[in-house]
Write a protein that binds this ligand. Sequence first.
Ligand code: PEP
Ligand code: MN
Length: 264
Amino acid sequence: MGLHSRRFSLIAGPCSIESYEMFREVALEVKKRGATALRGGIYKMRTRTESFQGLGAQAIEIVQTIKKEIQLPFICEITDLRQIECLSEVADVLQVGARNMHNYELLKELGRTKIPVLLKRGFAAYLDEFIAASEYILHEGNPNVILCERGIRTFERSTRNTLDLAAVPYLQKRSGLPVIVDPSHATELRELVIPMCWAAAACGADGIMVEVHPNPALAQSDGKQALTYEDFERMVPTLVRVLEAVEGSSLGDFPFLRNRFTHE
Ligand code: PEP
Ligand code: MN
């Protein structure tokens, strides 16, 4: 089965891992409702120094334990070259965040590994610059790259970013890489996340990544955009219906780890 045979990946989890109990609960709740991979921030790139920066090394141990129990692939952001070794112990996919899309030394170093890389679009990056950034990974010999459209900064201020869905088919066609959508960071507003999940499925994305929190009002980061378990539960059945309507596809396990992705 090829990457574009539309086995759609549903990646879900908290913006930041806040504690063992919190991450375990979110992981169980999203898995129960259909998630095919987990996300959770360990090292965070925050605009302000006083904001929560992630649990760091402490969260690596938490993920190790929870992964054994939950048995889903895990994705987290790498914010610095020096984290490659420790994060590859727990991450099945390493995410390069929007702020680091232009960090070419980081991209080259990830290119020298075989670990799948989820590369997010910089918030002011043209699509062709985004594709060019992915080539820093590919050209070093790592073919395992997934692109992620997460919204760009435009004149529109009602949403944190503007979700550019036309990027999905454009990037798929021009790069040949799988493309997923992150409606959470693209909108920052919970009520917009669910319809944009459905829209991503409708426009042919290979998956979505959404933030879910047990109690968004208390979230250490990105509470405004976090879905509750109930929101997530409401989102999934329509997502499946949209997938069925578009090209007869369906929710599937996490295909980026199979076939071409050898995790060494
Ligand atoms: C994230 O996914 O946790 C994140 C910080 O996203 P972005 O880099 O797109 O802002
Ligand atoms: Mn976030």
